[in-house]
Ligand binder design. Structure first.
Ligand code: URA
Length: 325
């Protein structure tokens, strides 16, 4: 026997909090009787649970990747009537909800599903699923400033975990730069707050990957179904990350044998290498420095053994683009 809201959330009805609201609003029946008490327990194998008359658990599991445009709410409803992600899911009748969230002003990769277990696995803080963003920020942060982000910065809710950071693009006049940043947490407005902390506020933010899954060339406002391999790949990554976190083993010495579970972990779960680029005292795009030297200083250019994942496709490095030459 389990709490009704837990059964409903795991069956993909909605988040647990939303399921509680559904129960309280009298929309949920167990064996034909409306239930409004939050402590109610049921057995999904025996009891017939319905929401608005629709049986729970009867829906086919669905997994989508969506390219969220800026100016859209990551939610299944908005009391203020703003655009919501499900407005873009034409032809989808299943009740899908987002896996984690992106800010109203953030664009890019958003997963949607009705599989509560899948969503829970990917968003649980213990699993540290890495997410990579392209943050276009004011000015050009100095290498030493990016170092702070790499080590962790103090925000009002505590220190951030180490992040992976690299220059992605630099405006020739130095007014703006795009930084690729991979974080392993999911705090509210985390990337924006991290750049605020080094005094380079974010002008534009786009998520380009979630785990080993890339946005690729999916058009803004469009979605596609994940393949079976992609779904399994994401879950496998979570399981491997969970194992690694428990073991706390140093993995720098992992061999290049890609069949080793450690080697097949995403690179960002490994101990970071020291980069010389961010230790440089020169501003990467100061007027006196030419762009080729910036590129030569670029860190972590993916090497062949790092690109084995079928989900990091099209020769994409961490930045989601082929490295510029
Ligand atoms: N970090 C942010 O600041 N915003 C997002 O939408 C996601 C991560």
């Amino acid at each position: 026997m389990e709490r009704l809201q837990k059964i409903m959330a795991e069956a993909g009805v909605a988040s647990r909090r939303k399921c509680e609201e559904l129960i309280l609003s009298g929309k949920v029946q167990v064996n034909g009787e409306t239930v409004t008490a939050l402590g109610t327990k049921a057995d999904p194998a025996v009891d017939e649970i319905t929401v608005d008359g629709k049986p729970v658990g009867a829906e086919k599991k669905m997994y989508l990747v969506f390219n969220k445009p800026k100016g859209v709410i990551t939610s299944a409803s908005d009391p203020q009537g703003r655009k919501i992600v499900t407005d873009y899911l034409k032809g989808i009748t299943e009740r899908l909800y987002p896996v984690g969230r992106l800010d109203y002003d953030t664009e890019g990769l958003l997963l949607l599903t009705n599989d509560g277990h899948f969503a829970h696995m990917l968003t649980h803080p213990k699993h540290h699923v890495p997410k990579t963003y392209h943050a276009t920020v004011k000015g050009v942060p100095h290498g030493s400033e990016l170092d702070k982000l790499k080590k962790g910065v103090m925000l009002e809710d505590g220190m951030t975990a180490p992040a992976e950071v690299e220059y992605h693009d630099i405006n020739p006049e130095g007014k703006e730069s795009t930084i690729s940043i991979t974080i392993h947490e999911g705090r509210n407005r985390q990337v924006r707050r991290m750049f605020d902390a080094i005094n380079h506020p974010v002008n534009k933010l786009k998520r380009i990957s979630f785990g080993d899954l890339f946005l690729g060339n999916l058009k803004r406002g469009s979605y596609r179904h994940l393949t079976k391999e992609e779904i399994e790949g994401l879950l496998k990554q979570v399981r491997l990350a969970g194992k690694y976190n428990k073991a706390e083993a140093p993995v720098e010495s992992a061999s290049s044998n890609t069949s080793s579970p450690i080697e097949s972990l995403p690179r960002r779960t490994r101990k970071p290498k020291t980069n010389n680029w961010s230790k440089s005292s020169a501003r990467p795009n100061s007027q006196s420095q030419d762009k080729s030297s910036i590129r030569n200083n670029k860190p972590n250019r993916p090497n062949k053994s790092d690109n084995n994942s079928s989900r990091r496709t099209n020769n994409q490095g961490r930045s989601g683009k082929s490295p510029k030459r």
